[in-house]
Design a protein around this ligand. Structure first.
Ligand SMILES: C[S@@+](CC[C@H](N)C(=O)[O-])C[C@H]1O[C@@H](n2cnc3c(N)ncnc32)[C@H](O)[C@@H]1O
Length: 280
């Protein structure tokens, strides 16, 4: 293990802790709507509903739940939810959100890779994750093993995530070309970024701005899921992404997502992957 890998959790956790309060206060996350309207769902989960189907009565875990907007939304669809994140400041916001919203959700502090040891093996009907989750993890095979360990036989993985092609693109071009700049495949070493901003509109100035991130190709993700003892049940590539992933080059869709303005059909923006844990 390199020095970079040894401290990636500390570096990334400081970045997320720094941003949690600003995210919860932002119009983009619209936390107030959960208390104001008991039927309100996050935009992300609303998009998922047609593929997610009926989840009422399921015992679900949301990996990398951040400030809990999607976790509470899944609880509102009838699942008994536990949210997991390694950022205590994010979990503070998540607990306050659930209390204000009147939804009973457990939030647990853990690194993703430690989630099954903490929450127990084989206890969940549903593992839900995504929208900026996998890029923080160095080893996709270990992630898939963690997901499989959390699931009961027959339990389901549901992930909608930024597409690895989108993650590999150079974002600040003005010539309309889509150019691969960063790795598409998983690499041993992280991409190290230093970015003082965040993906919501805010005036807050942050102090912890370095992140360590990894991309994972679609084939690597599918292979990891299969190798971990799950069967793929769905893989859909989408033409939109919930955040303005390429600032200045994207336009809002009627569904309130973001899409490349110029010939969006060139780019897989996000994907939804579903799998079921095999019987043992
Ligand atoms: C973009 S958020 C994804 C959550 C959700 N899509 C949202 O937008 O609210 C990424 C989350 O992953 C968490 N995270 C990053 N690396 C982690 C790790 N190794 N273990 C647990 N959580 C992690 C961060 O603390 C952050 O809350």
């Amino acid at each position: 293990m390199t020095d970079n890998k040894a401290d990636y959790r500390d570096v990334n956790r400081a970045n997320w802790d720094d941003r949690a309060q600003a995210h919860a206060a932002s119009a983009d996350y619209n936390v107030a709507a959960f208390a104001a309207d008991p039927a309100h769902l996050s935009h992300v989960v609303s998009f998922d509903v047609p593929l997610l189907g009926d989840i009422s009565g399921l015992r679900g875990v949301h990996l990398q739940c951040h400030i809990g907007t999607d976790t509470v939304s899944l609880a509102r669809l009838g699942a008994r939810m536990t949210g997991v994140d390694f950022s205590p400041k994010s979990l503070e916001q998540a607990r306050a959100l659930a209390t204000g919203a009147g939804n009973d959700v457990d939030f647990v502090e853990s690194d993703v890779y430690g989630a099954a040891d903490l929450l127990g093996h084989g206890g969940f009907d549903l593992v839900y994750t995504g929208i900026g989750a996998l890029c923080w993890l160095p080893d996709i095979a270990r992630w898939a093993q963690t997901v499989a360990a959390l699931l009961k036989p027959g339990g389901r993985l549901f992930i909608r995530e930024g597409h690895p092609v989108l993650s590999a693109l150079e974002y600040d071009r003005s010539d309309g070309l889509l150019v691969l700049k960063d790795p598409y495949f998983e690499t041993a070493e992280p991409q190290i970024y230093d970015d003082g901003g965040t993906y919501v509109e805010t005036d807050v100035e942050f102090t912890h701005n370095v992140t360590h991130e990894w991309n994972h190709g679609i084939g690597e993700i599918v292979t990891a899921v299969l190798d971990a003892g799950m069967t793929l049940t769905g893989l859909v590539e989408h033409r939109s992404v919930p955040w303005e992933a390429m600032p200045g080059l994207m336009t809002k869709t009627p569904g309130d997502e973001w899409q490349l303005t110029d010939r969006p059909e060139r780019l897989p923006h996000t994907y939804t992957l579903q799998a079921v844990r095999n019987a043992v």
